[in-house]
Design a protein around this ligand. Sequence first.
Ligand code: T4K
Length: 420
Amino acid sequence: MKTNSDDLAIYGAAPAFHETLHVGRPNIGDRKRFYERIDDMLNRRWLSNNGPYVQEFEQRVAEMIGVRHCIAMCNGTIALEIAIRALELKGEVILPSFTFVATAHALQWQEITPVFCDVDPATHTIDPACIEKMITPRTTGIIGVHVWGRPCAIEALEQIAGKHRLKLLFDAAHGFGCSRGGRMLGSFGNAEVFSFHPTKFFNTGEGGAIATNDDALAQKIRLMKNFGFSGKHDDVIYVGTNGKMSELSALTGLTNLESIAQFIAVNCENYETYREELAGLPGISLISYDQQEKCNYQYVVLEIDEQVTGIGRDRLVEILRAENVLARRYFYPGCHRMEPYRSYFPNAGLLLPHTERLTTRVLSLPTGTAVSQEDIREICRIIRIALSQRPEEYDRLNGSLAVASQAGDPPQHLPVFMKG
Ligand code: T4K
């Protein structure tokens, strides 16, 4: 157990953890059920193309979120691309820059211009008050992102979309298992898109889904994800791609679905421990979740106010990484500062003050079933020690970080094969 700054690995002490603690370690369901289903799949010799596990998975998810259609996909990014295309979005689409880059890329990939909008600093989701002034005659839609599983201001977005006859799509990559007004995410807007990547609290290996209550849209999406095949052999009636979920992914999903109550309970307990252990630390705030709603508690996100802590977010990330705690700076630096967007819109940051601020202050910490309560207490102790350093110790910290970078140390977080 670390007790003071001399114990910090950044100053040469042994790291707190031998094995790296990650943000986004997959939650794994019952292995026996998993292997049984694999055997079943192999015996059946049906591995893809709308197999029985995919059909069962789609039905279970649709029931769980209370939506007419769930169309399983090979990943969340392709699901976004297909949803965007099926909704016939073109020209310009308004979305937050404070999201994973896949949201913007899914538009740009189809030569649709992403128009970045600022977020509400309290919720980290797209700020409806900023949207209307970004609407032009070329605007065809809005994409809201339920960042950290906290729902967007859905009613305000619906109202703006209705008034301007825009399509409304939600990137619900973080939002599986969460609700708004008692209604599960997945059933809002024209459609919602989930990611079931291993870093999400519920995973299918790789995977995603589009959820919608629109029958015609669902039918179009089904055609699009399967090359435009009508369902009859050799009969293509639409332009399509390959967005199909495999049977292996679907059976992984079916198995993990059986454990989601447990995954959420662990996440919730982890979140509460972080909350207790970090309580009262000046300059540190832990994002909150609405206890009245269903939440998956997948993200333990801190906001660091350097004016108060004296140590900025990036310094804290380095201190944690030296301890083998791979904290992540999601979503640094913001889509508008990534290519090709930063070349297309070099001044976008001027319109995104809250996004700019958040991307330098926000930090995600490890949680999920791979992290123990004791791990969390030790992470919190490290954060407390890091923040309790006296200003004269910051010079020592700056020195340690400079030595590490001059020595050309590969960043701790790179996989072994990428280290020089
Ligand atoms: N929209 C939003 C808002 C999203 O957050 C995402 C994905 C998407 C759309 C697109 O959905 P997908 O097409 O991915 O289904 C990760 C994920 O790759 C990405 O899915 C996720 N968002 C994003 C927030 O995080 P990276 O580049 O940070 O991944 P990586 O390789 O650094 O992994 C994250 C951590 O998880 C690592 O520390 C290691 C750990 N990990 C990862 C995998 C894959 C494991 O422990 N086991 C694993 O199997 O993007």
